[in-house]
Design a protein around this ligand. Sequence first.
Ligand SMILES: Nc1ncnc2c1ncn2[C@@H]1O[C@H](COP(=O)(O)OP(=O)(O)OP(=O)(O)O)[C@@H](O)[C@H]1O
Length: 249
Amino acid sequence: MDATLQINNLSKSYKEKNKAVKNVSLRVERGEAVGLVGESGCGKSTLARIICGLLKQDEGEIIFQDKPINLKADRHKEYYRKVQMVFQNPLAVFSPHMRIGKFLMEPFLNFRLMNKKEAWEHCSSLLKWVSLPEEMMHRYANELSGGQLQRVVLARAIGIKPALLVCDEATSSLDVTAQHDIVKVLMNLKAQQSMSIVFITHDLALAQQVCQKIYVMKDGEIVETIQSHRLQEAKNDYTKSLIKAVFTL
Ligand SMILES: Nc1ncnc2c1ncn2[C@@H]1O[C@H](COP(=O)(O)OP(=O)(O)OP(=O)(O)O)[C@@H](O)[C@H]1O
């Protein structure tokens, strides 16, 4: 398989936190969904922000579609299009009085991928893709629920056909039904497109549902890599404790 993303020996410290990410290596194949699972504070978001080019690593290398990433160089615009991110809180993404249509159309117009009419039509069809009615193009963000807004965010991210989608606790703020809707969209995506997904969560059961492969992270390090269907064969004690917590529930 071709790798969409290869990370080699990545480390990052903050002034207040030495080695929030320690010597992390991981690989995401084309069309593969990979889970990054660990408790709060283990470094998942730091890693996500580095992958998305929002933060610079101290050490290590990111190879995207066979080329090392240097975001200072002229490839950054292309990178920001090819790598899309969905964060935990959709409310933080919208200003309340922004129309959904305007929000959805923005990247297509900014990247000059379409004219206004084409973008409108394309975005209306994206809404259908995430099971929202087309008339929502006219609605304001503050008229939608958190789950509906997150589906809009997801529609925009996948609409420009990124090679890599990074979901950082994208379902954590949602109720179970809304969470299920988002997972359904991701599963459909995986089935229909060759997009790769990095799915970041503290919820091992959810990661197992969405991903083929899971990286377990603790205190900034990857402590185990395991295929989702082989979770029961986990060797690392921390992974075992996460599994036990799921089954206790
Ligand atoms: N901007 C920052 N400045 C200083 N320390 C930070 C900063 N961002 C994160 N940290 C610290 O780095 C460590 C890793 O944080 P990070 O947010 O990456 O973890 P996480 O696994 O995503 O946790 P959560 O799920 O709670 O967001 C934590 O100890 C955190 O306090």
